[in-house]
Design a binder for this molecule. Structure first.
Ligand code: ATP
Length: 264
């Protein structure tokens, strides 16, 4: 069963197709201009695809990258706005979030810091009790501790209420232990779509003497050659290898960088 399904082309996006299960946490990663914001906009229903279709089962909350909000609104007015605009609205949830992150309610949006504005948009999104939350670089303006706390809170929402979360990020280190799925985009194409644990088990880096051919069967993601050494990152699932070759699993960061390097 999937709660988010897409098979879309739009501007630079070329036939991007995937499905996400309910309660999953998906990190969308890719180079600048690879199509992350476009894809989130299409999923949110804010942009019609040029071809194909996308669907989301249930209520959607979308927090865009540039968090458009009326600068003259006070924080309290934004909550009032949320109350009026949503059929389902959880005042306590939105309020709790603002209290937790110490956002001053009497200030105008224009007088808040970037991070505080992020908290207001997240409070607004969570107040609408969404089934699916789409976040475009939600952590980019937050300090390291706030990043950690926000992710922990969002994961609690996923675990307690079965919410499905999709977020874009450039910081691969933030995905570990958070995202159970990875969507990797490059130049509008979907390079990788899968369960992060399975992806990490599939990708193995073999290092050994200079060789023009991979020492194991399987799709080569990236090959590098020095004067006397070669290394092959292969989606081999951990095939045994004889000395002098060595094999090791890679980090998510290495996996992402290798796929992006290959596609560049
Ligand atoms: N209105 C438009 N018409 C045509 N192409 C557009 C339009 N808006 C955006 N694009 C193109 O779509 C591509 C993807 O842009 P998008 O903002 O989705 O990338 P992104 O992955 O979110 O980038 P970043 O990481 O820099 O935020 C870019 O090449 C951009 O120029």
């Amino acid at each position: 069963m999937s709660v988010v399904a897409a098979e879309v082309s739009k501007w630079a996006l070329r036939n991007v197709s995937f499905e996400l299960p309910p309660g999953s946490v998906t990190a969308m990663v890719g180079a600048n201009g690879s199509g992350k914001s476009t894809l989130l906009n299409v999923l949110a229903g804010h942009l019609p695809p040029d071809s194909g279709h996308s669907s989301i089962a249930g209520r959607v909350a979308y927090v865009p990258q540039h968090k458009p909000m009326y600068r003259s609104f006070k924080v309290a007015d934004v909550l009032q706005f949320g109350r009026r605009m949503n059929d389902i609205w959880d005042d306590d949830r939105a309020d709790e979030w603002l209290t937790r992150f110490k956002v001053p309610r009497r200030l105008q949006i224009g007088d808040l810091s970037g991070g505080q504005r992020t908290h207001v948009t997240l409070a607004l999104a969570l107040g609408s009790r969404p089934d699916v939350m789409l976040l475009d670089e939600p952590l980019s303006e937050l300090d390291p501790l706030a990043r950690h706390k926000v992710m922990r809170e969002l994961l609690t929402e996923v675990n307690d209420n079965g919410m499905t979360l999709v977020f874009s990020t450039h910081v691969v280190a933030e995905i570990g232990g958070v995202a159970d799925r990875l969507l990797l985009l490059s130049g509008g194409r979907l390079l990788v779509n899968g369960d992060t644990d399975e992806l990490l088990e599939e990708h193995v880096l073999y290092t050994g003497p200079h060789a023009s051919k991979s020492p194991v069967e399987g799709p080569v993601v990236l090959a590098k050659h020095g004067q006397s050494q070669s290394s092959y990152l292969v989606r081999s699932g951990g095939t045994r290898i004889d000395e002098p070759w060595t094999a090791r699993y890679v980090t998510l960061e290495e996996l992402v960088v290798a796929h992006l390097e290959r596609a560049a």
